[in-house]
Design a protein around this ligand. Structure first.
Ligand SMILES: *Cc1c(COP(=O)(O)O)cnc(C)c1O
Length: 497
């Protein structure tokens, strides 16, 4: 029997679902139309623009206690948020290593949020999809089906997970229980001086510290110097430390250099070390028959970290780690808790325990966007898009070399071109001028290159990780770079910049 109080409470119960479903449906249709119009016309807008003071002002203020409704919130988004993207959806965005996304990927994100599963390890379709996507990556990267893997937030997390497995498998004591302080000898990791900063960060988080990452010099092509690496390992062993793993770069972030992965794999087997590949830049090149041979040896790695949200153009966030030995992967992360126990049947009875493969318990539905876009597009077209970027980078490098006022600063083995304006006659302070030039190009909305330092020299860095880029974009960029470079040089000559 319900009491009067129960009845009163029941009439007051409210969910967060819309009161006006039809109204939200109409708004939803408008959102989809606006989103597709926005992507279709992206080329007509500046590559980047800084959010103006008015927009910044409107994006401050305290938490809304009273809702203003979906319509009004959406209007604010359209006015103050949507016009000021990072720019990586634009055809002339070539900064850092950032994917462009796809319209279908964007729509699929909405579907993932509609089902809103927690992909920690239940008997549901989301788990089956992650399994299938991981199997696809294994197949495409030449990995055995028996390997394990996990979709993660990105390359940083993938490197952390891979190196955690390496450390656990190699420690020789129960590092999960006793912690790194119990290590009988200091453990050492090896990578080239060009290795990504996320590897150093992983060392910090694992309690090994960045000093335990032995950085080995590179050759003229920016690949790890193998004889120097062998010597470093031998010296460290003699000094009483314990080498445990080598990181090979399948595409360095500065220049796109690919370490000799075959040689690194062989060295790891000889020395009994874990072989981890950071493939955040280049591993997905395996989808292209043209690029695959350059990655030879990657398939022998004990773990591969890579980044579907970069060259794969799956919307952020989507990283992946593959681990050859599934048992070692599980042993590194599996957790016991009464409230997480598996049951005989039911929702907690089947399904893979993804939460036992990494630090996250609750996990989003990253697999759906990958599954959907790969099904719709096919790996051939994705691979062809990457090969197209590599050809565009070669084209840009060739044009830079043909231009007397420009100087190519590094070989271009993949999709990254590093160069600078040197002027004719040469500018007095090339570092300062090129630093100003990158800012000028970005602020004019022309394009977004980023920068780096190579051999102590400031470089304009163009990473063509963009399926929307055309050669005409590169031509325009060079034209404008020369124009702005000359302007800056004139100002330099007059002593005011
Ligand atoms: C981008 C990058 C990473 C880090 O990946 P995130 O997805 O940004 O976390 C690691 N290694 C290399 C070589 C990268 O380019």
């Amino acid at each position: 029997m319900l009491t009067a109080t129960d009845k009163a409470a029941a009439t007051q119960e409210a969910s967060l679902d819309p009161e006006d479903w039809d109204g939200l449906r109409a708004l939803g249709h408008r959102m989809v139309d606006d989103a597709l119009d926005y992507l279709r016309s992206v080329r007509e807008r500046p590559a980047w623009q800084s959010p103006p003071p008015a927009a910044r002002d409107r994006l401050r203020g305290s938490a809304p206690t009273q809702g203003q409704g979906a319509e009004a919130a959406y209007r604010e988004f359209v006015e103050n948020v949507l016009p000021y993207p990072t720019g990586n959806i634009h055809p002339r965005f070539w900064g850092w290593v950032i994917g462009s996304g796809t319209p279908l990927g964007a729509l699929t994100e909405m579907l993932a949020a509609t089902m809103n599963p927690n992909v920690g390890g239940f008997d549901d379709a989301a788990g089956l999809l992650e399994d299938q996507v991981l199997d696809w990556w294994k197949e495409l990267l030449g990995y055995p089906k028996s390997a394990s893997g996990l979709l993660v937030s990105g390359g940083s997390m993938a490197n952390l997970v891979g190196l955690a497995v390496a450390r656990h498998a190699q420690a020789g004591f129960d590092v999960r229980k006793a912690g790194q302080a119990a290590a009988p000898r200091p453990m050492r990791l090896y990578a080239s001086t060009e290795v990504h900063s996320s590897v150093g960060k992983a060392m910090e988080l694992l309690g090994l510290g960045r000093d335990a990452l032995h950085l080995v010099p590179v050759d003229a092509e920016y690949r790890i110097d193998i004889p120097a690496l062998e010597k470093a390992i031998a010296d460290d062993r003699r000094a009483g430390t314990q080498p445990f793993a080598i990181v090979g770069s399948a595409g360095t972030v500065n220049t796109g250099a690919i370490d000799d992965l075959e040689a690194l794999g062989a060295l790891c087997r000889r020395e009994g070390l874990h072989f981890h590949v950071d493939g955040a830049v280049g591993a997905l090149g395996a989808l292209s028959p043209d690029l695959r041979p350059r990655l030879r040896g990657m398939e022998k790695a004990d773990s591969i970290a890579f980044d579907p949200h970069k060259w794969g153009h799956f919307p952020y966030e989507a990283g992946c780690i593959l681990v050859r030995d599934a048992e070692k992967h599980l042993a590194t992360f599996a957790a016991q808790a009464d409230y997480l126990a598996k049951s005989e049947g039911g929702i907690a009875g089947g399904g893979k325990r993804f939460a036992d493969r990494g630090p996250q318990l609750s996990r989003g539905f990253r697999a759906l966007k990958i599954w959907m876009v790969m099904k719709a597009t096919g790996t051939n077209r994705l691979g062809a898009s990457m090969a197209q970027n590599v050809a565009q980078a070669a084209y840009l490098a060739q044009r830079v070399e043909a231009e007397k006022e420009l100087e190519l600063l590094a070989p271009v083995p993949l999709n990254i071109v590093c160069f600078r304006y040197r002027g004719k006659p040469a500018v007095a302070d090339a570092d300062a001028l090129n630093r100003a030039l990158v800012v000028a190009i970005q602020e004019a909305g022309i394009a977004v290159p980023s920068s780096t330092i190579l051999g102590g020299r400031y470089a304009i860095r163009v990473c063509i990780n963009n399926h929307r880029t055309r050669r005409e974009d590169l031509d325009l960029f060079l034209r404008e770079t020369l124009r702005l470079g000359r302007d800056l040089q004139v100002k330099e000559a007059h002593g005011h910049r």
